[in-house]
Design a protein around this ligand. Structure first.
Ligand code: PRX
Length: 653
C-alpha cells in the first residue's frame, strides 16, 4: 500500500471552490474545538426557521440520547421549496428521465410547490395528519419525490420501501411502524421488465391491518385490480379535490421524526432507522453543498433509487434544500445498453455524477466505447458511494468517464449517519484511489482495537467509531430504543460503532475495509446474514443454513449459502431453484445467493456456534487458510465442505 498514486486537486476544481485546503483545515479545527458553536452557526445559515432553537445539543452515548436544536421549529418542505420561490421559482428543481431514453419531464420550484401543495391537500383529505406513518412503494417517478415532500409538509413520517422488495418485506415494514396509508403505482418499469407493484402491494396489505387507504399512481396503461373503499387513484383524486386547499405547512419541532428507513443489521429483522427533522435536514444540506462543491448552475445526477438513504439525502433533500437541480433516473444503467448513464449526462448536461462502485465495475466491463460515444464535457465532478471502490474501478472512472479532469469524491457513510461522513472535498483534498480520505468538517472518527482501545497516530488498522454526535445521525430504531443503544453504543461504550473496519494510512487518510459484523454488502445493498439464512430455511428444504460474503468482481461481494438439507430432500438443481425462489420471494432478488452448496454439516463450536470465519475462508477459495479447527465439535466437517466446494467450483456451480 505504500505506493498509492496521489491525484492532486485539479486546477479547474480550485477556481470556484467553496472550500480549499486551508479553509478546510481551519474549519475542521474550529468544528472540533467547538462543535456546538460550529453547528449552531451552520443551522442558522443554511436552514429557515419558524422559531429559533434554544439548546444546540444534548447528548449521552451511554443512554443513546441525541437531541439537536431543541426549541426550534421548522418545516422540511418549506426549506426545500417555499423559501426558493422568490429567487428560484423558475429554476428547474427536478428533472426526470424515464425508463425509455428521452422520455423526460421536469418541474421548476414553482411547479414542484404546486404539486406538493395539491398532494398535501389530498393526503389530508384521506385523513393523514402529523405523526402518522405513510409507506411509499413507488418507482423512480416525480410522484415519489412529491409524495415524500407532501408528507414532510404535513409532518407525517414517510417510510420509503424500495420497489424491488417483495410483498413480505413490504408487509413487515408497514406493520413494524403501523402505516395508515400506502402509496404505490399500478406498475413499474425497469429496463425491459415491468414490475407488478400493485399486485405485490395488494398481497402485502392483505396482512396489514393498519392500512386504511392505498393511493395508486397510474404509471402505465396496464389495468390493475382496485378495492372499493380502500384503493384510490392518485390523479383522479387530485382532480376531485381541485379548488380546495389544505396545504399549510406544519411547523415541526427540531426533534420530531421525519422519516423511517429500514436497513439490515447483523441480527434479526431489518430495523427502522429513525431520522428527525432539523438535524437530518441540516446535515443533508451542509454535506451536499460541500462534498459536491455546489455551484448555482449544477445539474446533479445521483443514480440512487429514492428507496435508499442516498436517494433521500442526495436526490431529494440535500439538493432541494440548497435550491439545486436534481435528476431522477427511472431506468437501469444497462438499458437499452451500457451507455445509458452517459446518454443521460449528455442530454441533460449533468455536471455531477454520483453512483456506486458496482455500477462502475459493471459498465467498465462492457467497454469504453459505451462511454466515449457521448459527450461528458458538462461533467466537473464524479462521486461514489455504498461500498469500497477498488483502485482499478476508480482509475477507469477517473480516466475514461472523467477524461482525467474531474475529481472523484469517494464518500463513506451509512443509512444511520444521514449524510456523508468521510470524503475528499473537490477543491481541498488530493485523492488516492480506494480511499475515502478525510473526515468532513464536524466529524470525529476514531479507530479502536477489538478491546475498544483507541489506536492513535497514523498507519493503524482497527474498527471505525465516531466519538461525538453530528446532526444527521439517526436518533433511534423505530419502536425499539434499546436495540438502538445495543447495536451502536454497547460494543465500545461511549462511542458510536459503525460496524466497519478501517485503516488510517501514513498520511492520515481513511481506507474503509468493509464490515466486521455479519452484514453483507452485495452490489452496494445491505443485507444481514441472519435475514438471508432465515429466508433460505423458509424454503422447507433446508434444516440449517449459514451464509457468508464471497468476493465478486462486479457486485463487490456475492452470497454463498452453505445448506444442510432435511433428510428426505435431494441435493439437486430443483432444490436449489426452490431455495433461490424462496429468497427472492421473502426478501428480494437482491438477496439471491450466488452459490448454494449442500453440505452434510456446518462447522460449529462445542457450544453450537457456527464458525463463520472458516466458511468465509472457504468461500474466498483459501482452503488452506481456514485456521485452527480444534475447537470444533466435529473438525471433519471442514474437509468435507472443502472438497464439496472445490468440486462445485470446478463444475462452475
Ligand atoms: O460498509 C460501509 C459501506 O456501506 C455501509 C453502509 O451501507 P448503507 O447503510 O446501505 O448505506 C450505503 C449508502 C450510504 C457502510 O457501513 N460503505 C458505504 N460507503 C462506502 C462504504 N464502504 C467503503 N467506502 C465507501 N465509500
Amino acid at each position: 500500500m505504500s505506493h498509492n498514486p496521489i491525484f492532486p486537486v485539479p486546477s479547474q476544481a480550485l477556481t470556484r471552490t467553496r472550500m480549499n485546503s486551508s479553509q478546510y483545515a481551519e474549519s475542521y479545527a474550529q468544528s472540533i474545538a467547538n462543535p456546538e458553536e460550529f453547528w449552531a452557526a451552520q443551522a442558522r445559515e443554511l436552514l429557515s426557521w419558524r422559531a429559533p432553537f434554544q439548546n444546540t445539543l444534548d447528548w449521552n452515548f451511554h443512554t443513546a440520547t441525541i437531541k439537536w436544536f431543541e426549541g426550534g421549529k421548522l418545516n422540511v418542505s418549506e426549506n426545500c421549496i417555499d423559501r426558493h420561490l422568490e429567487l428560484r421559482g423558475d429554476k428547474v428543481a427536478l428533472i426526470w428521465e424515464g425508463n425509455e431514453p428521452g422520455d423526460t419531464k421536469s418541474l421548476t420550484y414553482r411547479e414542484l410547490h404546486r404539486a406538493v401543495c395539491e398532494t398535501t391537500t389530498l393526503l389530508r383529505s384521506l385523513g393523514v395528519k402529523k405523526g402518522d406513518r405513510v409507506a411509499i412503494y413507488l418507482p423512480m417517478i416525480l410522484e415519489a419525490a412529491v409524495c415524500m415532500l407532501a408528507c414532510t409538509r404535513i409532518g407525517a413520517i414517510h417510510t420509503v420501501v424500495f420497489a424491488g422488495f417483495s410483498a413480505e418485506a413490504l408487509r413487515d415494514r408497514i406493520n413494524d411502524c403501523s402505516c395508515s396509508i400506502l402509496i404505490t403505482a399500478n406498475e413499474g418499469l425497469r429496463g425491459p421488465k415491468t414490475v407488478p407493484l400493485k399486485t405485490t402491494a395488494d398481497q402485502a396489505v392483505s396482512e396489514c391491518p393498519t392500512v386504511r387507504h392505498v393511493l395508486v399512481v397510474k404509471r402505465t396503461e396496464t389495468p390493475c385490480p382496485m378495492q372499493d373503499d380502500r384503493d384510490v387513484w392518485y390523479h383522479e383524486s387530485l382532480n376531485s379535490i381541485a379548488g380546495s386547499d389544505n396545504s399549510a405547512a406544519e411547523p415541526m419541532d427540531s426533534e420530531d421524526p421525519l422519516f423511517i428507513l429500514y436497513t439490515s443489521g447483523s441480527t434479526g429483522k431489518p430495523k427502522g432507522v429513525l431520522h428527525t427533522t432539523a438535524g437530518y435536514l441540516l446535515y443533508a444540506t451542509h454535506t451536499f453543498r460541500y462534498v459536491f462543491d455546489l455551484q448555482e448552475d449544477d445539474v446533479h445526477f445521483c443514480t440512487a433509487d429514492i428507496g435508499w438513504i442516498t436517494g433521500h439525502s442526495y436526490v431529494l433533500y440535500g439538493p432541494l434544500a440548497n435550491g439545486a437541480t436534481s435528476l431522477m433516473f427511472e431506468s437501469i444503467p444497462t438499458y437499452p445498453d451500457a451507455g445509458r448513464y452517459w446518454d443521460v449526462v449528455e442530454r441533460h448536461k449533468a455536471t455531477i455524477v454520483y453512483t456506486a462502485p458496482t455500477a462502475i465495475r459493471a459498465l467498465a466491463k462492457e467497454g469504453d466505447h459505451f462511454v466515449t460515444r457521448y459527450s461528458r464535457s458538462s461533467v466537473r465532478l464524479l462521486g461514489t458511494v455504498g461500498e469500497p471502490i477498488n483502485p482499478d474501478a476508480w482509475l477507469w472512472y477517473h480516466s475514461v468517464v472523467g477524461e482525467g479532469r474531474c475529481p472523484i469524491v469517494d464518500t463513506w457513510w451509512q443509512t444511520e449517519t444521514g449524510g456523508v461522513m468521510i470524503s475528499p472535498l473537490p477543491g481541498a483534498t488530493p485523492t488516492k484511489p480506494g480511499s475515502a480520505t478525510r473526515p468532513l468538517v464536524g466529524v470525529q472518527p476514531m479507530i479502536v482495537d477489538e478491546q475498544g482501545q483507541e489506536l492513535f497516530g497514523n498507519d493503524v488498522t482497527g474498527r471505525l467509531c465516531i466519538r461525538f454526535p453530528w446532526p444527521g445521525m439517526m436518533r433511534s430504531v423505530y419502536g425499539d430504543h434499546e436495540r438502538f443503544r445495543q447495536t451502536y453504543f454497547s460494543t465500545f461504550p461511549g462511542l458510536y460503532f459503525t460496524g466497519d473496519g478501517c485503516r488510517r494510512d501514513e498520511d492520515g487518510y481513511y481506507w474503509i475495509t468493509g464490515r466486521v459484523d455479519d452484514v453483507l454488502n452485495v452490489a452496494g445493498h445491505r443485507l444481514g446474514t441472519a435475514e438471508v439464512e432465515s429466508a433460505i430455511v423458509r424454503s422447507g428444504a433446508v434444516a440449517e443454513a449459514a451464509v457468508v460474503g464471497v468476493p465478486h468482481d462486479v457486485k463487490g461481494q456475492g452470497i454463498a449459502a452453505f445448506c444442510v438439507l432435511h433428510a428426505e430432500v435431494l441435493p439437486d438443481a430443483g432444490t436449489k431453484m426452490k431455495i433461490l425462489a424462496t429468497v427472492r420471494e421473502v426478501i428480494s432478488p437482491i438477496a439471491t445467493p450466488d452459490h448454494v452448496w449442500f453440505v452434510a454439516g456446518l462447522p460449529k463450536t462445542r457450544s453450537g456456534k457456527i464458525m463463520r470465519r472458516i466458511l468465509r475462508k472457504i468461500g474466498e477459495g483459501e482452503y488452506g487458510a481456514v485456521g485452527d479447527v480444534s475447537t470444533l465439535a466435529d473438525p471433519s466437517v471442514v474437509a468435507d465442505i472443502v472438497s464439496l466446494v472445490q468440486a462445485a467450483r470446478l463444475s462452475k456451480d
